[in-house]
Design a protein around this ligand. Structure first.
Ligand SMILES: Cc1ncc(COP(=O)(O)O)c(C=O)c1O
Length: 480
């Protein structure tokens, strides 16, 4: 084991990479004790804290687990044997979007307690409640309920906006309080961003596969989607973006900042800079969706595009829906030079967002409780992903490819071409199991042979049985 020649910038990352390599090569196996911290530190002239840092990183990724007074152990199944999905090859032409019909039923199923919730990317209410936000809402209603029974100023609650700016600064994104407007979730932020920079019939460049709600927004605004090839490890194909921009007029590019839904992939900082340089050269604004940025399993939160090129034409969108409160419907937008148009459109749609949830959220963030909650949530999601990956490994046919997300809480499964995940969906629903079929993640229906599993609920016997059932049904369909 040598740290020389490792790619990672920090020694603890290099060490974590090496230990992961031992797992992949089978030297370390499920259930085995990892080499002791003291021994590795002595053998490689590293400090104890560097080795501990590496092991904590692997723990966050769900690869090692600490056992009290005994050391670190390899989590059963930590080594992933499956190939990851192939880079996507979507249709290149601008495409009208028609996904809405296939999507709405997913939300209906998500609301039904009798259906196993592997469909919508909604975190379990129990995991979210652990943050304690409810208490702040109750208090805000009790103490200052009347004061919050108002329209807020057009941008939204100033204290909440200040808290959002304070947090953004930590990932290098400098925002002014007046540069942020509160929205009804990230969905409204994306819709306002698109309204600000496009008009009916325009084309928008997007990743493929991409989040179906984003496709629904394009559909509602009568915009066309131009889908770009995307790799499950490295993200958007920058060469394809360059060719598109040179050949066709797109009015905006809409990308996830990190942990694309459904692939879980992120671009490197250099990749993001290259995308920004291209867009700038062609005068195309970027709309970035950073909703999963806080759910990272590595040592650091990935930087949004906005942090890498201050002043570039970027509209930043996010929300608290994946980490804290999907039901509060609180998101935000930082549209820079497009603020006036955004506020006019927001006013025309709903004047402002509800005041009381904003006030409660502002108090919650100011209390300092959010960071601890996020740490626990990241661990839970990493563990859920790991458990479900291992169950997939055990139950699905050998040709199934699976993502290895470094953040977020969804898994993307790719079957051989020709597989119809809608047929699987119908069979699964009849057995009380929901997942998201692949056709809704693309305007050109390029991913009908894929499916997405949400890992937002803690592992239990019901989820385990469901994965086994899905695996058996898939094998049946492939064999038929
Ligand atoms: C990538 C992405 N963006 C936006 C949203 C919607 O966010 P919100 O519920 O805040 O409107 C989702 C929800 O699944 C998502 O996955």
């Amino acid at each position: 084991m040598s740290l020389n020649g490792a790619d990672a910038p920090y020694r603890y990352e290099a060490l974590a990479e090496i230990v992961s390599g031992l797992l992949d090569s089978g030297v370390l196996r499920a259930g085995m004790r990892a080499p002791s911290i003291r021994r590795i530190a002595a053998d490689h002239s590293l400090s104890i804290s560097t080795v501990l840092h590496a092991y904590r990183l692997l723990e966050d990724r769900g690869i090692l687990e600490a056992r009290p007074k005994s050391g670190f152990y390899v989590v059963a199944g930590g080594a992933k044997s499956r190939d990851t999905p192939k880079p996507s090859k979507p249709r290149r032409a601008p495409t009208d979007v028609t996904v809405s019909r296939g999507v709405l039923s997913l939300l209906d199923y998500a609301a039904r307690p009798d259906i196993v919730p592997l469909g919508c990317a909604i975190p379990s209410a129990d995991l979210l409640a652990a943050g304690g936000l409810d208490r702040f809402l109750a208090r805000a209603a009790r103490v200052k309920g009347r004061a919050y029974n108002i329209y807020t100023e057009p941008r939204g609650d100033p204290q909440l906006r200040a808290e959002i700016c304070r947090r953004a600064l930590r990932s290098g994104h400098a925002l002014g309080v007046d540069g942020v407007a509160i929205t009804n979730g990230c969905t409204e932020a994306l819709s306002l961003a698109l309204r600000a920079v496009t008009k009916r019939g325009d084309s928008v460049a997007i990743e493929s596969p991409t989040y179906f709600g984003l496709l629904q927004v394009l559909e509602a605004l009568e915009l066309k989607a131009v889908e770009l090839p995307t790799d499950a490890g490295t993200g958007l194909d920058i060469g394809a973006l360059a060719r598109l921009l040179a050949a066709k007029p797109v009015k905006a590019c809409l990308l996830s900042s990190s942990f694309n839904n459904p692939l879980g992939c992120s671009m490197s900082d250099d990749g993001k800079r290259a995308v920004l340089a291209l867009l700038q050269r062609h005068g195309v604004p970027l709309i970035e969706d950073d909703i999963y940025g806080d759910i990272y399993f590595g040592a650091e939160r990935p930087k949004p595009f906005s942090a890498l090129a201050p002043g570039a034409d970027i509209i930043y969108c996010s929300s608290f829906s994946k980490t804290l409160a999907p039901g509060y419907r609180i998101g935000w937008i930082a549209p820079q030079r497009h603020m006036q148009r955004v506020l006019e459109a927001k006013f025309a749609m709903n004047i402002c967002s509800a005041a009381l949830p904003q006030a409660a959220l502002a108090e919650f963030l100011a209390s300092g409780g959010y960071d601890g909650h996020l740490r626990r949530l990241r661990r839970s999601f990493a563990e859920n992903i790991d458990r479900i990956s291992r169950a997939v490994d055990k139950s699905f046919p050998a040709e199934t490819r699976v993502t290895r997300p470094a953040g977020g809480f969804v898994l993307w499964l790719e079957m051989p071409d020709g597989f119809d995940s809608r047929r699987l969906f119908d069979l699964a629903i009849a057995r009380g199991i929901c997942f998201a079929p692949g056709d809704v993640f693309s305007a050109s229906k390029s991913h009908a042979h894929c499916l997405r599993l949400s890992c937002g609920h803690p592992w239990d016997a019901r989820i385990e049985d469901s994965i086994h059932t899905l695996g058996a049904l898939t094998a049946g369909l492939l064999g038929a």
